[in-house]
Design a protein around this ligand. Sequence first.
Ligand SMILES: Cc1cc2nc3c(=O)[nH]c(=O)nc-3n(C[C@H](O)[C@H](O)[C@H](O)COP(=O)(O)O)c2cc1C
Length: 378
Amino acid sequence: MALITTVEDLRILAKQRVPRMFYDYADAGSWTESTYRANETDFASIKFRQRVAVNLENRSLRSTMVGQEVAMPVALAPTGLTGMQRADGEILAARAAEKFGVPFTLSTMSICSIEDVAAHTSKPFWFQLYVMKDRAFIERLIERARAAKCSALVLTLDLQVLGQRHKDLRNGMTAPPKLTVANILNLMTRPRWCMGMLATQRRGFGNIVGHASDVSDLSSLSAWTSQQFDPALSWDDVEWIKRRWGGKLIIKGIMDPEDARLAANSGADALIVSNHGGRQLDGAQSSIAALPAIVDAVGSRIEVHMDGGVRSGQDVIRALALGARGVYIGRPFLYGLGALGERGVSKCLDIIRNELDLTMAFCGLRDVQDVDGRILLR
Ligand SMILES: Cc1cc2nc3c(=O)[nH]c(=O)nc-3n(C[C@H](O)[C@H](O)[C@H](O)COP(=O)(O)O)c2cc1C
């Protein structure tokens, strides 16, 4: 196996090891993928000021996100179907995050359930909530997250309707995969993945099967989920969820300063500037381009986090310099997981930590908490 030194190396290996349907599910944006691409490319135009002959001993990347200590200000983003990139994927990623000292966020649409991840980890993780029409189900999910001692709730607001991803339609994406001839041929070239899947029982949506009424098998499950995302979701629902949860609340999917004000007014602890990794509104600006105006609008009232297109420690520090308190990585950790399982997620975090640490040093700083706009050329 070739030496792995970048997130891109992990992506290439994941592409070889993960069945096409699930690799494509991760590595895709909606429609023309213009927002997906902009998320990455807009980072490259942000340039640093190099400083020299500054004491760079004893550097620190430690920080906090919503008041919780983090080894570096990078969390794992919630991603659906993570357990299809690799058998038991959510448990493996949560363990890697726990060992590293950064938050892992479990998606509502995960394969491993809340209880399952809690049973295989020892520190609290975060839980991401989608608002479904079945509010009784939402109440139970919140209760389950509380019982599992999740230390923050990430409430995603940008998926009332679904962006179209052509590749998923073409591949007939389902979990577990539909056994068409094309899929079987592709699975035969991924023996490692298949063996992992045969050895685990975790192959459906763990948070939903057995918990939502009327969901007993795969076909009733997909029918249920496709009509459960709530197009009528409003800020009143955010209020209601905040009251029911009572703990740290992070609002995900904010791209507009006006919505950022509403998020700050809601009393949430943080918001995430996010376009869902370019998977929803194609033609939206990149998250990193949207960040400064949102920091200007609400940065003094609420913690501002961001995600979308972060592929290196250099990108992390760019986002921090533009006012983010922390960032999330989605695809980078999925690539690590698909490539090498838990070890690959750890590798991804190590790569980013090393890049972040050295870039901070080149910019003449020793403490990540001192990073601000002064390290950038404007
Ligand atoms: C495969 C995949 C599945 C995702 N599933 C969810 C999800 O279930 N809930 C959610 O809030 N966001 C979801 N997202 C969005 C991520 O949380 C995050 O916003 C995005 O991946 C960040 O961009 P990046 O992948 O470029 O780092 C998903 C993203 C990907 C790539």
